[in-house]
Design a protein around this ligand. Structure first.
Ligand SMILES: CC(C)(COP(=O)(O)OP(=O)(O)OC[C@H]1O[C@@H](n2cnc3c(N)ncnc32)[C@H](O)[C@@H]1OP(=O)(O)O)[C@@H](O)C(=O)NCCC(=O)NCCS
Length: 161
């Protein structure tokens, strides 16, 4: 069992690289496992062929264990999504992924990055805080929760220059 886990997820160091359409199925599966509203393989494929979209994926051994995707417009970008497989969380993988992604965005001319995050999503808020994002707005009642209540979205911003 330990051997299988190592084979699938680790012992290996995270290998981060550009995501391509060949990663669409793995990214759609990671997204579906992480969020209530999933993305279909086709949706992900379309995003990965969009020239305005910048995407990275991380592999642990032979397994795609996370991804991050942004859309650029002029000198701004919005992080569309970031997720790490639940079994690979808490090891700093999202931090490394986001760090490399932000450097790539800066290299492509992005000066400001925005994103929205659920006010109750503690791991994500820590991740973004560590990466230098700061809250610039709050959208109340933005994310419906299964208990019938709705959480606010925090709008975060990071300047890259
Ligand atoms: C958010 C997410 C990408 C973080 O991935 P990760 O690889 O576990 O993140 P890291 O290991 O780099 O940790 C980032 C920070 O979150 C903290 N953290 C991780 N898991 C946590 C948890 N369950 N509770 C509280 N903090 C947590 C870490 O301690 C770290 O902060 P620190 O360096 O100050 O200690 C991952 O939890 C995930 O995929 N969540 C579901 C999808 C999601 O919510 N995406 C964000 C949408 S805006």
């Amino acid at each position: 069992m330990i051997g299988l886990f190592r084979h699938l997820f680790g012992g290996d160091r995270p290998d981060i690289s550009d995501a391509t359409v060949r990663d669409a199925t793995a990214i759609a599966a990671l997204h579906a496992a992480a969020f209530r509203r999933g993305w279909s393989d086709d949706e992900v494929e379309q995003m990965l062929t969009d020239r305005a979209v910048v995407a990275h994926r991380v592999r642990l051994g032979r397994t795609t264990a996370g991804f991050v995707m942004s859309r650029q417009a002029a000198d701004e970008a919005e992080i569309l999504s970031i997720a790490v497989a639940s079994r690979a969380r808490g090891r700093g993988i999202a931090g490394q992924l986001l760090n490399l992604h932000l450097r790539r965005l800066a290299g492509l001319g992005t000066r400001t990055v925005f994103l929205e995050v659920d006010e109750h999503n503690t791991p994500a808020i820590k991740l973004y805080d560590n990466a230098g994002f700061r809250e610039v707005a709050r959208r109340p009642n933005y994310y419906p929760h299964p208990d019938g209540k709705a959480a606010a979205a925090l709008v975060l911003r990071r300047d890259l220059t």
